[in-house]
Design a binder for this molecule. Structure first.
Ligand SMILES: CC(C)(COP(=O)(O)OP(=O)(O)OC[C@H]1O[C@@H](n2cnc3c(N)ncnc32)[C@H](O)[C@@H]1OP(=O)(O)O)[C@@H](O)C(=O)NCCC(=O)NCCS
Length: 155
């Protein structure tokens, strides 16, 4: 299947939230994120031949940090039914393409060491491990003692 990425619109927000909620509780106001100028908010879609319309299969939201010309990947998620089909790859390619045009020198992604799929994914897309932060998550007594690890992709 062929996937294409494009900037998200307010009309995509409901489906974006539905995709994200397959993995975690959506915590952002995606309608507000769509219109923020310092964001690169992308969706990936494919054309459903039977329905004759595009279907959203994934999303990626990066925030541009101006002072160090970095795109900080806040969220990336692919619809469970479309995983391992190249949707994530399409989104990272889209982020890289737009990021370069907007003067970004690297994309930073963060995950937990327990998310092996995410780590394999980032490394497969050319990211390299660039650090960790053991104070990043709230880690209340009730939660696990998660450490955040960071990956960077030079553009
Ligand atoms: C991580 C995620 C975005 C990857 O998206 P995806 O569309 O499934 O990934 P792709 O199909 O583009 O895969 C590209 C490459 O990543 C690697 N990869 C992806 N899924 C993998 C898996 N389950 N196991 C091992 N490697 C994997 C492979 O090298 C793959 O290339 P290949 O299929 O040719 O071998 C997706 O699994 C997801 O939404 N996960 C849940 C949300 C999440 O954890 N987000 C990241 C942290 S915020």
């Amino acid at each position: 299947m062929k996937f294409d990425s494009r900037y998200a619109t307010v009309e995509d927000v409901q489906v974006v939230s539905r995709i994200i909620s397959q993995y975690w509780q959506p915590s952002l106001d995606y309608s507000a994120e769509v219109v923020k100028e310092d964001n690169i908010f992308l969706v990936a879609e494919y054309k459903d031949e039977e329905l004759g319309k595009p279907i959203l299969a994934g999303m990626a939201l990066a925030n541009i940090i101006k002072w160090n010309k970095t795109g900080y990947l806040l969220e990336i998620a692919v619809d469970k039914g479309n995983k391992r089909s190249g949707v994530g790859k399409t989104l990272i390619a889209g982020l890289s393409h737009i990021g370069k045009k907007r003067g970004i020198r690297s994309v930073i992604a963060e995950t937990q060491p327990s998310n092996i799929v995410a780590m394999d994914f980032y490394i497969s897309q050319g990211f390299r491990l660039c650090g960790f932060n053991d104070r990043y998550y709230t880690n209340t007594p009730k939660s696990s003692r998660d450490v955040a690890i960071f990956f960077s992709l030079d553009l």
